[in-house]
Design a binder for this molecule. Structure first.
Ligand code: GN1
Ligand code: MG
Length: 367
């Protein structure tokens, strides 16, 4: 899709003039662009995003959440006396009408953020320190939201991490098999059917009251943390579309999913996919520096399991989308969602093989 980025950008409260803009990043849902503008002779960059409103049905509510969350974090950072706050929390640039987003003539929803310069995201963490730092940032992010005032945040995607509903959607897609793809995914389908019990564990712990709902990020894929180029510090947590009520464990689980194996999410050589204990140790230590202060014993007990559950669930979503004809996640090649599903299920197996040792490590780190 070709958008007139200059015109769209003109609908936000920015003084400078548009210089150039182009596609940016590797997200599977929204369309992201980096835009450069000339501000009195100096080039300044922004992130312009089209919110996928087929998936996020109520972008207005979503942006209300984002504004509340970023303002709250900003206040905390100000109280700490930090001076580079625009690099440490996303800054929403108001649209011409003063709102937090702009709707174009075709009904697309756009938002604009200040570009965080001097930092990058990594789809695969390059070293253990990066993994530690990113996990630490996500633990701190949760901690800063513990006292968010006001009403509950909107559920931008209801039942987002409801594994039982995700499994039911898979069964429906399998039944319909609209593209005739089930026959080529027989092994994955069987694997998932054997593991459906995994999705019952968290609902039971929620209804028994052992695990509390908190405000969580819910999409803690590790490339949603920007890493500072110079200090290697996790400087800014991004992609705030799914910040809402959730389990702390959903976030830790997704950190595990996206850091434990030194491979891309769509790696086709499955022999390379598998968890590395030193990566687990790095994210565990990083996450617990902040989250260790508020997690309860039942949450701590299920840290390892969370990685298995979330990885299985995202794998389920990839498989479902593959069976349904790739209508949800952006795909860039044939069988892309099936490839992604395979890496997830391979990682689930690898976590299972190492579960006992990982639990011991949790005890060690906390003792
Ligand atoms: C999507 O937008 P992105 O790429 O950060 C998805 C996540 C999945 C992830 C898998 C709103 O995240 O839930 O875990 O792809 N986001 C949404 O890579 O569905
Ligand atoms: Mg996302």
């Amino acid at each position: 899709m070709n958008y007139n980025l200059s015109e769209i950008f003109g609908n936000f409260q920015v003084e400078g003039t548009f210089v150039e803009g182009g596609a940016y990043g590797s997200g599977h849902i929204n369309d992201t662009f980096a835009v450069t503008c000339d501000l009195g002779g100096e080039n300044v960059r922004y992130v312009l995003q089209r919110i996928n409103h087929n998936i996020f049905k109520n972008p207005g509510e979503l942006m209300d959440n984002v504004v509340r969350v970023t303002s709250h974090i900003r206040k905390k950072l100000e109280a700490q006396g930090l001076d580079d706050i625009d690099r440490r929390v996303l800054t929403v640039i108001p649209a011409a009408d003063g709102g937090s987003y702009y709707v174009d003539a075709a009904g697309n929803y756009w938002r604009l953020y200040i570009f965080v310069e001097g930092a990058k995201t990594y789809d695969v963490m390059e070293n253990l320190d990066q993994a530690y730092q990113a996990a630490k940032s996500l633990g701190e992010f949760q901690k800063m939201l513990v006292d968010l005032p006001g009403p509950q945040l909107f559920d931008t995607i209801p039942d987002f991490h409801n594994g039982q509903k995700r499994y039911a959607a898979f069964e429906e897609a399998l039944q319909a098999d609209v593209c005739g793809r089930a026959k080529d995914a027989a092994g994955e389908i069987e694997f998932l059917q054997e593991h459906s019990w995994v999705f019952d564990v968290f609902p039971n712990l929620i209804s028994s009251g052992e695990i509390p709902m908190r405000i969580t990020h819910n999409d803690t894929k590790i490339n949603n943390v920007m890493i500072d180029d110079e200090t290697n510090e996790g400087i800014c947590v991004i992609d705030l579309d799914t910040v809402m009520g959730g389990l702390a464990l959903y976030d830790f689980g997704d950190i595990m999913r996206t850091t434990l194996s030194p491979t891309e999410e769509d790696e086709t050589d499955l022999s390379k996919v598998g968890m590395k204990m030193e990566r687990f140790e790095a994210i565990l230590r990083g996450y617990l520096t902040a989250a260790g202060e508020f997690l309860n014993p039942a949450e701590v007990k299920h840290l390892v399991f969370s990685g298995k559950m979330i990885t299985l669930m995202i794998g389920t979503r990839f498989l479902t989308d593959h069976l349904a004809g790739d209508t949800y996640f952006k795909v860039h090649r044939e069988n892309h969602n099936l490839d992604r599903c395979r890496t997830q299920f391979k990682l689930v197996e690898s976590i299972t093989e190492n579960e006992d040792e990982m639990r011991k490590l949790v005890e060690e780190v906390l003792s």
